[in-house]
Design a protein around this ligand. Structure first.
Ligand SMILES: C[S@@+](CC[C@H](N)C(=O)[O-])C[C@H]1O[C@@H](n2cnc3c(N)ncnc32)[C@H](O)[C@@H]1O
Length: 427
């Protein structure tokens, strides 16, 4: 038996290695093979010779940190943020955008090929702006507020973040001054809603006495926050609400519950919505599964006769139900709280529909895809943020008699390795 070199060879921690980067892996790191073992080097580009320090080893290979680039790729560009490389928030500011976009598109093609789609119809990537993120979670630790370092719990302190919408970025330094004396550790979630900034602090303990609560309320007023809430483990409690946060989806205003799912930018959401509506055409009876606040269900309801919307998040479903009622849409939009992993909408209930849209979390929607495959519904539109589970679910649909008609990559996470895909499957 040949020895398993991956298992037997110890990483030489601390001894720098000179590596030639072959490709960029799914996680965004440069990948170099040395003695048959894959080495992952953040911020290294294909074709580059780099000096990297091995840090840890797993079944996948050796994780390294980049010490220096000896021979830079012509595709390398200067990052625009001073903490890029240390801050774990962005994986890519150093790669020319056209090359990065081509790499992302190729990931979708490769994932589909792996699942037996020989020549998948993957469209050109629809790109979104880099600096309009409307949600982010920062970490507060020992007086530092910032983003976690890549693969570490250390906080890289920042006073601003050029990737966030300017209104949210401007809150970072004042929030540090406010919160550092109030909590040793906390997670601070910022969301830009149509009512203004919504700030949620998650910390182990409640804010102390009256004075601390007053300081928080004063801060909310001084910075014109829509809402400031605190969650010490038993749910978010609003400490100041100037305007209830809402999101406008088409013509409908939906209340924004604490920590509800929101696409990362308004532009990304619009691109996804555009692609979904294009593929749906004039479908009259539609299901929107994993619907969240109704990002697709509400615009679909403008033209469709009947929309069935379901999601497991009770707060999002309550907000959507209230918005449907307040806008007189109750006869056309049926909203249900449902765990679609354990209890997918069954084929028999899908049979009468013209189309189904499904937009699951990164784990994908294998159980729901099996029900769609077993149903008579003629069109399924998948929205996915994970090419691997997307391709797995695509295989389930293809085995059930669907043809993959189009896959449209939408790059709404431009500085990360992530990519969204909208795909149409037709019988
Ligand atoms: C990627 S988000 C999409 C939400 C919405 N379509 C949008 O664009 O805003 C995924 C959604 O899946 C929901 N979800 C997660 N696990 C679920 C489950 N087991 N059953 C049903 N919904 C689930 C989440 O609450 C979230 O709203």
């Amino acid at each position: 038996m040949r020895p398993d070199r991956r298992r037997s060879r110890k990483p030489q921690a601390g001894a720098p290695l000179t590596l030639t980067v072959e490709t960029v892996g799914a996680g965004g790191d440069g990948v170099a093979t040395r003695d048959g073992v894959r080495h992952f080097v953040p911020h290294a580009l294909p074709g580059e010779t780099v000096v990297a320090v091995p840090r840890s080893r797993s079944a996948e290979g050796v994780r390294c940190t980049l010490e220096r680039v000896e021979n830079a790729s012509p595709q390398r560009v200067t990052p625009f943020c001073p903490v890029f490389g240390r801050c774990g928030g962005c994986a890519f500011q150093h790669w020319r955008r056209d090359a990065l976009t081509a790499w992302k598109r190729e990931r979708v093609v490769a994932a589909l090929r792996q699942r037996g789609f020989a020549d998948p119809p993957v469209a050109e990537v629809r790109s979104c702006p880099e600096t309009t993120r409307r949600r982010a979670t920062l970490a507060l630790k020992d007086g530092r507020l910032g983003f976690s370092e890549a693969a570490s719990h250390a906080v890289v302190p920042v006073d601003a973040c050029p990737v966030l919408r300017a209104e949210l970025s401007a809150l970072i330094a004042p929030l540090r001054r406010l919160l550092a004396p109030l909590a040793r550790e906390a997670a601070v979630a910022l969301t830009w809603t149509d009512s203004g900034a919504d700030v949620l602090v998650r910390a182990a303990a409640e804010p102390g006495g009256w004075e601390e609560r007053q300081a928080l309320a004063d801060f909310a007023a001084a910075h014109d926050l829509a809402r400031l809430s605190w969650d010490s483990g038993s749910g978010a409690v609003p400490l100041a609400t100037a305007r209830p946060p809402t999101m406008r989806i088409g013509e409908v205003a939906v209340a924004f519950p604490d920590a509800a799912f929101l696409q990362p930018s308004a532009e990304g959401e619009a691109a996804l919505r555009g692609a979904v509506l294009e593929e749906l055409g004039g479908a009259a009876r539609v299901a929107d599964l994993f619907c969240g606040l109704g990002t697709f269900a509400l615009p679909i309801a403008r033209a469709a006769e009947r929309v069935v919307a379901a999601d497991a998040d009770g707060a999002a479903i309550a907000a959507l139900t209230a918005a449907v009622a307040a806008n007189g849409l109750g006869k056309r939009v049926a909203v249900a709280a449902r765990d679609l992993f354990r209890d997918p909408l069954p084929a028999a209930e899908l049979d009468g529909l013209d189309a189904v849209v499904f937009d699951p979390p990164r784990a994908g929607a294998a159980a729901q895809a099996r029900e769609i495959a077993a149903s008579a519904v003629p069109l399924a539109v998948a929205v996915s943020c994970n090419p691997a589970t997307f391709a797995r679910d695509a295989r389930i649909l293809a085995d059930g008699g669907f043809t993959l008609a189009a896959a449209i990559p939408v790059d709404q996470f431009p500085l990360s390795p992530h990519l969204e895909v909208v795909a149409a499957f037709r019988r």
